[in-house]
Design a protein around this ligand. Structure first.
Ligand code: T4K
Length: 431
């Protein structure tokens, strides 16, 4: 038994990949030492983006034992109620309806607010944002993003409004809130529903107010890969009483009594073990954020002044969860492309992710259904080719971060030689 990471009180019995990740060779002195060319990978085990935070394992197991003793495993149980109450208090929002995952939550929400026809969404997001609506027969109309914030551009959203538009969905990408004021104004002027996919933004603020109470409703994801997790799960939050009541009904097949069903519904319930994990996660929230912030600061400092490499910054005047380390690579200045960097990192067991490549509009069914969408999405297309996310969270140590930074610095400083060698090996440009 050991304490594995600063601030993480998990006492894991089994060593996972990252916990046993003793670096073999933290500094490369020649490009032939890169694992992609046959050298030894810096990390013997894979370093993932999205390795879950566990928190206090003992407290979690106690909660699970209590759930088993009570024999109340799901259906609005005491842990679920406690979790929802806790979120309301933490965020300062009237209602929280916890769900089995954010995707199903978005579907329930879309039904509950009566969306139909077309909904304006960014393409630069996880597939779930678009799929949830398309699943219900609603057409996601893809809007371009702002080049600097990576979030939906309200001006361009305005240009996409038609007679068929019923709503706008902003995504607080990487936890950085959208231009909420401009979107609210736009939605109000056109009488549209405004929702926020806040999957990344739990614990983040906009103008000092925590994300959760904006628009008609917002939705969080508590998937295992999010810094606060419930294994699988999510939560719809809103200040609207009637909407919250409807969401609760729809989450549970529309049941109002033992054998009375008041409306169309589905099974979107969060079970007790997931809710217990949620309470556990939230109890460690400050330490998770602190770990993320330290990693973010370290990545920034140790990659500063690297030509062609920049890190997406969080607004320090706001609350942030710092859960994504987002690197942008300008191929012309850095001397190599994002995709080549990704291949080199993967060979070293740094499983960096190309979120959110290639953009929803280039995924099916949208690619076939909306073949000309790309012409309207220059910023999305540009960023989708340049962004890569790096490992962070409680499964990563500052030594890991230091090694990754040293590696990236080495690659960029030797970009010309690396590029030439990749081309010689026939690796460059191959996905
Ligand atoms: N809206 C937005 C903007 C979203 O980003 C998401 C989800 C949603 C809506 C929908 O929320 P949910 O319905 O999922 O609640 C991951 C997550 O699965 C997904 O939830 C998340 N966004 C997205 C950004 O990332 P993938 O397909 O990239 O990766 P995945 O789940 O295979 O995991 C990534 C890495 O994490 C793996 O390589 C290994 C590691 N991992 C993963 C799990 C699940 C672990 O070490 N342990 C684990 O238990 O989607």
């Amino acid at each position: 038994m050991h304490r594995n990471r600063v601030g993480d009180t998990d006492t894991a019995r089994f060593e996972d990949a990252s916990q046993s990740n003793v670096r073999r060779q933290s500094v490369k002195s020649h490009i032939e030492e890169l694992a992609i060319f046959g050298g030894t990978p810096i990390f013997p085990c894979k370093l993932h983006v999205g390795r879950p935070n566990i928190g206090d394992r003992r407290a979690l197991l106690e909660r699970i034992n209590d759930i088993l003793d009570r024999r109340w495993l799901t259906n609005d149980g005491p842990y679920l109620q406690a979790f929802e109450k806790h979120i309301c208090e933490l965020i300062g929002v009237k209602h929280c309806v916890a769900v089995c995952n954010a995707t199903v939550g978005l579907e329930i929400l879309a039904k509950a607010v009566g969306l139909s026809g077309e909904v304006i969404v960014p393409s630069f997001t996880f597939a779930a944002t678009a799929h949830a609506f398309r699943w219900l027969g609603i057409t996601p109309v893809f809007c371009d993003i702002d080049r600097a914030t990576h979030n939906i551009d309200p001006k361009k959203a305005g240009e996409l409004i038609t007679a068929r538009t019923s709503g706008i969905v902003g995504v607080h990408l990487w936890g950085r809130p959208c231009d909420i004021d401009a979107l609210s104004d736009l939605a109000r002027r056109h009488g549209l529903t405004l929702l926020f996919d806040a999957a990344h933004a739990f614990g983040c603020s906009h103008k000092g107010r925590l994300v959760g109470g904006f628009g008609d409703a917002e939705i969080f994801s508590f998937h295992a890969t999010k810094f606060i997790n419930t294994f699988e799960g999510g939560a719809i939050v809103t200040n609207k009483d009637e909407l919250a009541a409807k969401l609760r009904l729809m989450r549970n097949f529309g049941f109002t009594g033992l054998d009375t069903v008041a409306c169309l519904g589905t099974n979107g319930k969060m079970n007790e073990v997931c809710a217990a994990m949620g309470l556990n996660s939230v109890a460690s929230m400050d330490s998770f954020i602190e770990i993320n912030r330290q990693h973010y600061d370290q990545y920034r400092q140790q990659m500063e002044f690297l030509p062609g490499i920049s890190i997406a910054l969080y607004d320090e005047s706001e609350k942030n969860n710092y859960q994504y380390i987002v690197l942008e690579i300008d191929k012309e200045t850095a001397g190599l492309s994002r995709d080549d960097l990704e291949k080199i990192l993967w060979a070293e067991n740094v499983l960096a992710r190309r979120y959110f490549y290639p953009g929803c509009h280039r995924m099916e069914p949208y690619r076939t259904e909306q073949p000309s969408a790309s012409t309207q999405l220059p910023n999305t297309q540009c960023l989708a080719e340049r962004i890569i996310c790096l490992p962070t969270g409680s499964a990563v140590t500052s030594n890991d971060v230091a090694s990754i930074c040293t590696l990236v610095r080495f690659i960029v400083r030797n970009a010309d030689a690396v590029q030439e060698r990749l081309a010689m090996s026939g690796i460059s440009g191959i996905l």
